[in-house]
Every structure is written in C-alpha cells, then in structure tokens.
Design a protein around this ligand. Structure first.
Ligand code: SF4
Ligand code: SF4
Length: 439
C-alpha cells in the first residue's frame, strides 16, 4: 500500500543481509524479508527506530539533514531539544551548550524547553477544562501519536490537541528573528536538533497543523561532535542565553511532561512495548481516575532516542543533577496565542488485508484456516514476524506457503518419497519380483 507520509527510517538495501533480526523487533509488524532483503511497509512504520537499534549491519538508517544545510540560510536559529544538554558530562549550566551552539555558527538559539513550558501551561488549562476527555493522552511523541492513529480507534478522542513544543519554538523564534533582523522569512533557517527519527519525520510531515516552521532537522549525534571543541571555551565565558527552567528541561525524560502539569492523576510510561500495553489497557478501560497519560516510545524518554550519543539511563541521572541548579520555570510571559491543533486528526487504520470490509471478513477466515497449516512457532525464518503474518501475506499474494521452511521440508520429503517410489518402480534392480523371481 502506498502512503504519502514522510518516513525518516529507511532501508539501505546494499547493507541488508536478510538476517531477519529486525522483523520481530518492529512493534507494528511493518518489516518483511523477501528474496534476502528487508522491506518496510511504509503505512505501518511509526519511525520508532527499533529496527535501527537492532540491525548490526547498519541497513536501517535514520535520514535527517546534514550539517552542511546550515549554509542554505543567511541567518540560522538553533532549536536544541532538552535531551541535548545531557549528552555532555558534568554540565551544571545550560548556557555552556547554548554558547557553544552560537560559536558553532548559529545566530540565535531558542530552547525547545522554553516552548515546552508554554505547552505545560496550555496542557494544564486544557486538562482542567475538559474532564469529558479524561484521560487526555500526550501527543508529544510522534511515534505514539502515529501508533494510536493506526491502531487505537477508541483513543483518538483522548488525544491532547496541542502542537509539540518544537513547532511552537519554531514559530516564536522565526517571528523574533524577523523582528530583530528585518530579514525576509525565507532567509532565516530554523534548525531543530533532534534526538530521534520520529521527530525528524514529524517536522517534515506534521500532524494537526498544515505546515511546519522548522526548515531543517539535524541529529543530536552530529551536533554533539561539532560542539565538543567549543565546550571548554564556552564553559569559561558562557553567554546569558538560557531561558528554560526545570519544567521545560524535564521534558527530555519520561515523566517530565506529566510533572509539568502539577496534577497527581497521571500515568507515564516509556519503551514502545510498555506503551502498547498501556494503550491496550486504556482501550479496555482498565484505569480509573486518570486525567493525563504521557507515553514515550523510547526507553527513558527522548534521552533514549537513536540519534543521541549518551546511554539513556546515564543521561537521565545527568538530567536530575542539572535540574537541581535551575529555577522551576523560565517562562513568565503571557501565552503566545498559538499552539493548538488547527487540523483535524483522524483514525488512519491500515487495511492490512487490502480488500475492504466484507472481502476482508472472508479473507480473515482464510487467514485463520491457512495459519493452521503452519507450525505456530513464529520462528521468522519465512521473513514474516509470525505464522499468521505469513498467512496474511499469502492471502494478499505477497508470499507462498513454501516460504515456511516446515511446509517446504514436508513438501520436499513428500516429493522425494514419490521420486524414490517412481525410481524404485522403474529400476530393474529395484523390482521386488525382478531378479529374485528370475533366479
Ligand atoms: S536486521 Fe533486518 S535490515 Fe538488518 S541486515 Fe538483518 S534483515 Fe536486513
Ligand atoms: S522504525 Fe519502528 S515501526 Fe518503522 S520499520 Fe523500524 S521498527 Fe518498524
């Protein structure tokens, strides 16, 4: 099935050896290996990066903008994600990283953490004013948002309709730069420094808004390397650039967004499998008295994104230490009057059998029947993540029964039995009543 969505996790066919290690790790069953090469069903991919983590052959690659794209603009604004700060050791002042960003070539820095404090304030009001939507589910993690849209129909009405902090930061920063420089908007480049491929895709193909104010998305791991030489000098003479406080910076780890609501009736979970379990339990109405749910696809939250360099648990500890030295909140202005979703966000299920409602009911019955032909051990040797996924692929005409090595083995055994029977019957030496009878 074709999709118009932009995905930043892609396959490098040359590197893929067809080992099948990635197929079971994908939480949406988007990967198949056929003819010894993986392929990703784009309509199912939520850009979580799990396949990037598992592939030892570097065949799954996150695609983002190169550092050289800074040359595309006359004036450059950096939007550092809160998780950038905790890539560095012994950091006790975010101004050091922000100063290093300026020395690296950015004309302005605007912290995503500052916009996160605005979103916290907006969310606080929204949650209070909309008890009929409880529990509201955070829409800040693009992988979780996409997952809900393709798989959890009943949860769509619980989505918090507020743009992610990076979008608000981008709009505010561009406006500020235009006022300060008098430059035309196209001369100003807004660069998000991202911890994960899901946020790269979300900036290129946003949900809930028609267009994004982010021009380019760089990876934390690329920017980190570039910043390192500027850190010692920046530590000696840090500029006074930091605005975000504890609430905004805290968004980089799981529970940080929920803590910003100052509301005890919340649940926060991380890691894609745990999040799927929470979403299933929400669908089954297993929780009571919940007002807000924060879910982060990566372990530890954004600090666990595949575009970071530091171990997520170490980064989380650094975050706790860094926050000690900060004010609770750096944002004390009025709300900027932007940031709500302007476009409707709908359920966007994947028609995995590809036949429409009535035909799919028939196809599902055939899938069930066909699945019984397979051993049920979900070994993945066929290139599909489970026996039922192989059955679905066969019904769609994308695979054949003999892709299952057990079925193939039975088939080979039967054929070789028939061949030897025929051979035996045809061979004079094999004739039971042949030579012996002749003697
Ligand atoms: S893990 Fe997946 S993408 Fe990587 S080499 Fe194996 S089959 Fe190919
Ligand atoms: S990024 Fe996630 S959803 Fe997409 S193919 Fe990889 S594991 Fe599957």
């Amino acid at each position: 099935m074709e999709t118009n969505h932009i995905h930043s996790v892609q396959l490098d066919r040359e590197q893929c050896v067809g080992c099948t290690n990635c197929i079971k790790r994908c939480p949406t069953g988007a990967i198949r290996v056929r003819d010894r090469k993986a392929r990703i069903a784009q309509e199912l991919c939520i850009d979580c990066g799990e396949c990037v983590r598992i592939c030892q052959h570097h065949a799954k690659i996150p695609v983002y903008d190169p550092l050289s794209s800074m040359d595309d603009f006359e004036y450059r604004i950096a939007l550092p994600a809160p998780s950038l700060y905790v890539q560095f050791n012994n950091l006790d002042d975010t101004n050091i990283v922000l100063t290093a960003l300026r020395k690296m070539g950015f004309d302005m820095v605007f912290e995503v953490g500052t916009a996160a404090e605005i979103v916290s304030e907006m969310s606080r009001h929204y949650v209070e004013e909309h008890p009929e939507m409880w529990p509201l589910i955070s829409t800040a993690c693009p992988s979780i948002l996409k997952l809900i849209r393709i798989r959890f129909l009943s949860l769509i009405e619980h989505l918090l309709p507020i743009q992610p902090p990076v979008e608000i930061a981008a709009s505010m920063a561009r406006k500020k730069a235009m006022e300060e420089t008098g430059l035309a908007p196209e001369k100003i480049g807004v660069f998000f420094i991202s911890p994960c491929p899901a946020k790269v895709s979300a900036c290129k193909d946003p949900t809930g808004v028609e267009k994004t104010d982010v021009d380019r998305v760089l990876a934390i791991r690329d920017v980190y390397v570039k910043l390192l030489p500027f850190m010692p000098q920046s530590a000696k003479e840090p500029m006074d650039l930091a605005e975000a406080g504890r609430i905004g910076i805290g968004w980089g780890v799981t529970g940080g967004e929920a803590a910003g609501l100052i509301n005890d009736h919340y649940l926060a979970a991380d890691g894609i499998e745990n999040c799927i379990k929470v979403l299933s339990d929400l669908e089954d109405q297993k929780f009571s008295n919940l007002q807000f749910v924060e879910l982060d696809a990566c372990a530890g939250g954004c600090v666990g994104g595949v575009l970071t360099v530091e171990n997520p648990y170490s980064a989380k500890t650094k975050m706790m230490v860094l926050r000690k030295y900060m004010p609770v909140s750096g944002w004390h202005g009025d709300l900027p009057g932007i940031g709500m979703w302007t476009e409707e966000v709908e359920y966007d299920p994947v028609d995995s059998l590809g036949g429409g409602l009535m035909e799919n009911l028939r196809r599902m019955a055939r899938v069930e029947e066909l699945t019984k032909h397979f051993p049920g051990i979900d070994c993945g040797a066929c290139g599909a993540p489970s026996c039922s996924a192989l059955a679905e692929d066969i019904i769609k005409g994308e695979a054949k029964e003999t892709d299952c090595i057990y079925v193939l083995w039975d088939y080979v055994k039967r054929i070789s039995g028939v061949v030897s029977e025929i051979g035996g019957a045809a061979s004079p030496a094999g004739k039971k009543d042949g030579p012996e009878k002749d003697r």
